[in-house]
Design a protein around this ligand. Structure first.
Ligand SMILES: Nc1nc2c(ncn2[C@@H]2O[C@H](COP(=O)(O)OP(=O)(O)OP(=O)(O)O)[C@@H](O)[C@H]2O)c(=O)[nH]1
Length: 222
């Protein structure tokens, strides 16, 4: 979008994602944030990593940027390498190169932007083209704090997520609503996959998200 400042991705473009293998005392997984420019990916990551909201001027990401965060899942340390991609179309070829190395994708739209929601189908097509077949996908309707400017109903987000069989929740990088839950649900799913013994029942990310939701009673889920 013209007139925007841009946030440099630095040398991150040279670094490849982890492969879910064990490193030191825990597993390491690549998680990518995807979605249109301005939906709040960088703020979502800052909220999770630093517990703060980047208010003020919108600085669009250039290419790709990354941050690491270690989370505890059932007493085991899980390292997430989180890749913040640029939503702008002109950086699409850069992000394509990273899809295949990501174990999980958080796909964001902005609840105040119908266009960002309508573009989710295109993002999902792109994901199916470039990402691993068993990649964990979660759909997130961000900026839930801006209910006065809502352009996408919660039911529509939930219904789209149901259609694609992915978990869904509304989030806010500004208030922190469900930010940690989104990353923890993904970390739990990836960790369970890595350690699961044959024949053992699979961790159900949908059920986990649902059970956590009922504790906070704030959002809708697919
Ligand atoms: N009210 C509100 N504003 C938000 C929220 N998340 C992000 N914003 C604002 O939305 C604008 C865009 O946020 P970014 O995080 O830079 O968006 P992005 O998706 O990373 O954009 P690109 O880097 O271009 O892909 C900024 O002005 C943020 O302050 C939120 O949850 N609530």
């Amino acid at each position: 979008m013209p007139g925007r400042q841009q946030r440099a991705g630095g040398y991150a473009e040279l670094v490849r994602l982890g492969d879910g293998t064990r490193q030191g005392d825990g597993a390491s997984f690549g998680v990518m944030l995807l979605g249109d420019s301005g939906v709040g990916k960088s703020c979502f990551l800052s909220r999770f990593k630093d517990g703060a909201f980047l208010s003020g001027t919108f600085i669009a990401t250039v290419g790709i940027d990354f941050r690491n965060k270690v989370v505890a899942v059932d007493g085991v340390k899980v390292k997430l390498q989180i890749w913040d991609t640029a939503g702008q179309e002109r950086f699409r070829s850069v992000t394509h190169a990273y899809y295949r190395d990501a174990q999980a994708l958080l796909l964001l739209y902005d609840i105040t932007s119908k266009i960002s929601f309508d573009n989710i189908r295109a993002w999902l097509s792109e994901i199916h083209e470039y990402a691993q077949k068993d990649v964990v996908i979660m759909l997130l309707g961000n900026k839930a704090d801006m209910s006065g400017e809502r352009a996408v109903r919660t039911e529509d987000g939930a219904s789209l997520a149901r259609e694609y069989g992915v978990p869904f929740m509304e989030t806010s990088a500004k208030t922190g609503l469900n930010v940690e839950l989104a990353f923890l649900a993904v970390a739990k799913e990836l960790k369970q996959r890595a350690v699961q013994a044959p024949g053992e029942p699979r961790f159900q990310i949908h059920d986990y998200v649902e059970s956590q939701r009922s504790k906070s009673s704030c959002c809708a889920f697919a």
